[in-house]
Design a protein around this ligand. Structure first.
Ligand code: NAD
Ligand code: TYD
Length: 347
């Protein structure tokens, strides 16, 4: 099998690429990535010499390039993760999200449809999406696969749109697809613009921890390697034309999560308990901020037998240890444009 993974130099994509390269030596894994600010080949240093791995630098917006690589490599499967992924950036630059997340997805759908026109056997387009397409929950209830779409940010609107296109290509052209909608991921290689890695980096540097609004927003957190395991399972065992929700069964209010993070970091850094909590600073809220996300992952659990393998405490500890041991990685990704982004967002 020749498998195309898009966005493989990013956070989740790098864990998926590594898992496929290592677990399936008979597959040829092609990683297509434009290497935007979020893409980093350092995430894949340990596997880049494997004989079943090839990196293809390119943009999903570039239709001629997609035609060329699909013609050359005759992919049997596509696992599509490439996206603009940060809600705050989508508020300042929505069009970048329309380009990559919507037009880029439609470009990939077109080339896949055309390549698999004559023979759809064992072919699969796997679209990786988010729970944010369902909008916001109140204080109770969970998102199921049947929850109506109700996106509130330009990011979630662009992902919702791409999900609709994937489904429409299934209905209209018979494209064999599967979609998963996952909750918030955390873990190694997470770019420090998202809550957990940003706060780990700021604690290390003794910088303020900017909590949006009253901090009572709730997210459902999943360790990234458990997401990669779910993606592996759905790619191989999921049913065509189906959607599966993936979640951590692990809801945390932001402020409670931040306090837990501070406590663990104080221990790891040999600081007196309470030191990091003093860095918490309440700042202006994010516009259109979704109150609560929480996933009902019972379908993937019952049908495919998937469940998270680590507790939040274990996952957080593994994550923090990784950042402390990979200061060089952090230094590289926080140099250059990052500082400009940080000043624009937080100063
Ligand atoms: P990320 O921002 O860390 O990585 C995105 C990758 O896509 C980067 O390597 C980037 O270079 C690449 N990319 C961006 N634009 C591209 C383009 N036009 N052409 C080719 N490559 C491009 O994102 P992530 O957090 O790893 O998310 C991966 C996918 O999972 C996304 O589709 C996202 O919507 C989805 N998702 C993320 C989460 C989460 O918590 N991070 C949760 C659920 C779903
Ligand atoms: P984030 O990691 O950006 O993920 P998402 O918005 O996709 O859920 O944010 C997680 C939560 O943390 C969300 O409620 C917004 C909040 N947050 C802050 O309070 N401060 C920050 O600096 C960031 C980046 C996020």
């Amino acid at each position: 099998m020749n498998i195309l993974i898009t966005g493989g130099a990013g956070f989740i994509g790098s864990h998926v690429v590594r898992r496929f390269v290592k677990n399936y030596p008979d597959y040829q894994i092609y990683n297509l990535d434009a290497l935007t600010y979020a893409g980093n080949l350092e995430n894949l240093r340990d596997i880049e010499q494997h004989p079943n791995y090839t990196f293809l630098k390119g943009d999903v917006i570039d239709e001629p390039f997609l035609n060329q690589i699909f013609e050359k490599h005759q992919f049997d499967g596509v696992i599509h993760l490439a996206a603009e992924s940060h809600v705050d950036r989508s508020i300042t630059d929505p069009l970048a999200f329309v380009r990559t997340n919507i037009i880029g997805t439609v470009n990939l759908l077109n080339v896949s449809r055309d390549l698999w026109k004559e023979n759809k056997d064992n072919k699969r387009f796997y679209h990786i999406s988010t729970d944010e397409v369902y909008g916001s929950l109140g204080t109770d209830g969970l998102f199921t696969e049947n929850t109506p779409y109700d996106p509130n940010s330009p990011y979630s609107a662009s992902k919702a749109s791409s999900d609709h296109f994937v489904r429409a290509y299934g209905e209209t052209y018979g494209l064999p697809y599967v979609i998963t909608n996952c909750s918030n991921n955390y873990g190694p290689n997470h770019f420090p613009e998202k809550l957990i890695p940003l706060f780990i980096n700021n604690i290390i540097e003794n910088k303020p921890l900017p909590v949006y609004g009253d901090g009572k927003y709730t997210r459902d957190w999943l360790f990234v390697k458990d997401h990669a395991a779910a993606i592996d399972l759905v790619f191989h065992k999921g049913k065509n034309q189906e959607t599966y929700n993936i979640g951590g069964f692990n809801e945390w209010q932001n402020i409670e999560l931040v306090k837990l993070l501070c406590k663990i970091m104080d221990k790891k850094l040999d600081r007196q308990e309470g030191t990091s909590e003093k860095l918490i600073t309440y700042v202006k809220d994010r516009p259109g901020h979704d109150l609560r996300y929480a996933i009902d992952a019972s379908k993937i659990n019952k049908e495919l037998g998937w469940k998270p393998s680590v507790t939040f405490e274990q996952g957080l500890e593994l994550t923090i240890d990784w950042y402390l041991e990979n200061q060089e990685w952090l230094d590289h990704v926080t140099s250059g444009d990052y500082q400009e982004y940080y000043d624009k967002m937080y100063k």
